[in-house]
Ligand binder design. Structure first.
Ligand SMILES: C[S@@+](CC[C@H](N)C(=O)[O-])C[C@H]1O[C@@H](n2cnc3c(N)ncnc32)[C@H](O)[C@@H]1O
Length: 226
């Protein structure tokens, strides 16, 4: 009852930012966070594709979106953080690149245009997991027939090791975020999809998101042309 009443308040007040949005906007208030380089897996996995429309979900500061645009893709960079999108727009203007910015929570209803993108990419997107796998469906549904879905995340398995929660102020739950395996599970039994890559790999050097993580989980899947 309480949460319905709070949700009702938000609707009447034309919605306030979610905690997730406020958190990321807060992180993007200061210095540049990422390297600005495109992620190595994106570069490797898209090199054989013919440019079309691309959607970069959780685009951050736009290292990938700007690189894709410079390779001839028509790019929509999407993020929950308006501040991140403002950084992308400023960098696109500085480089004379074209990137459309789309402010969306990947967990929102109808977050993305359905069936519209020859490439949907999510690189380390840190999207909260919901019981209905909403973000998974939103990304999958955005891929055009014949298009490619590319999802990359850190391998969080090492973080399952037991921690002394009294010594760590903020215990981390690897299952709180959308996992690459959630996409694999959603597509595995679908006749409309071919999973071309689903594996653990060492993290490529020079990634946009510098971090302490060692391995990545990579999924590349093709939506069969109907
Ligand atoms: C670790 S950063 C990765 C940024 C970029 N893809 C890169 O590799 O540098 C995660 C990004 O996901 C965005 N994000 C988090 N939750 C999201 C959500 N629910 N919907 C859309 N974007 C989200 C954050 O704002 C942040 O920019």
């Amino acid at each position: 009852m309480i949460s319905f009443s709070l949700a009702d308040d938000d609707v009447r007040a034309a919605a306030r930012p979610s905690a997730n949005e406020a958190d990321w906007d807060h992180r993007y208030r200061g210095d540049q966070m990422w390297s600005g380089n495109p992620n190595g897996t994106l570069v490797n996995e898209t090199s054989g594709l013919t440019p079309g429309r691309a959607l970069d979900v959780g685009a951050g500061e736009g290292g990938d979106a700007l690189w894709l645009s410079e390779q001839g893709w028509s790019v929509t960079a999407s993020d929950i953080s308006q501040r991140a999108l403002a950084r992308i727009a400023a960098e696109a203007e500085r480089r004379g690149a074209r990137v459309e910015c789309h402010h969306a929570d990947a967990n929102a209803l109808d977050a993305f245009e359905a069936g519209a993108f020859e490439l949907v990419s999510a690189q380390y997107a840190s999207i909260p997991r919901t019981p209905d796998d909403r973000a998974v469906r939103n990304l999958v549904n955005a891929v055009a027939p014949g298009g490619t879905l590319l999802v990359v995340s850190h391998d969080l398995e090492p973080m399952r090791a037991p921690v002394d929660t009294l010594a760590h102020g903020w215990p981390f739950d690897p299952d709180a975020y959308v996992r690459v395996d959630d996409f694999a599970a959603a597509l595995a039994s679908s006749p409309a999809w071919d999973i071309e890559v689903h594996e653990k790999r060492p993290r490529p050097a020079g990634a946009a998101s510098a971090s302490h993580h060692v391995d990545d989980i990579v999924l590349r899947a093709c939506h069969r042309a109907s």
